[in-house]
Design a protein around this ligand. Sequence first.
Ligand SMILES: [Zn+2]
Length: 203
Amino acid sequence: MSTAHRISDVADIRAFVGAGNAYFTLRNSATGGRVTYNVTREEDGTLTIRAFTGTENSDRRHYSYLGTVADGAYTYAGPRAAVAGLAAVAAETGDRWLAGFCASLAARNELTDRQKDVLRERCRKHGVVTAAVPFDDVRARGFAWFWRILNGGTFPATFEFWHEGRCAACARRLTVPQSIATGLGPDCADRLGIIRVTLPVAA
Ligand SMILES: [Zn+2]
């Protein structure tokens, strides 16, 4: 028996994604293409977005960092965000070399391999976390698209949102049919103040 469950209601999808520890798959029914994500909520309310890049989809270690959502805005942690992060470090520490390096990179549309190497090295040194998935990867593009549509667009008829039968807040296995329909266990739904929808969701 399959444990995958579909959520169709956009409000339910939004609640699921932001619940705290959500694992979900976006599927295009026309092509069969799918991408799987883990979204966790940090202490300060920021969401951390990871894309499934490994072999075990219930294990967060098999997911790669993509970026963050803060104040509703998704930022891919690519080179542009890395430069901005390092520029903030430079401003804080008064590191003039780093400030100059960031200014020269910010003025470019494309970075040389050497610049990318130095950028990576400086990010490591200063603790600026960068995405492990390239910008043009379907998993990176997929989340950017999903977040944009989720916040004001209309999903195409071929769009499908699936979860694997685990609570979006605590990742425990769901057993109650109504919980499976929305992807949140009864206790977590109460704690998050989410009003339960009693309509059955087509699978
Ligand atoms: Zn739960």
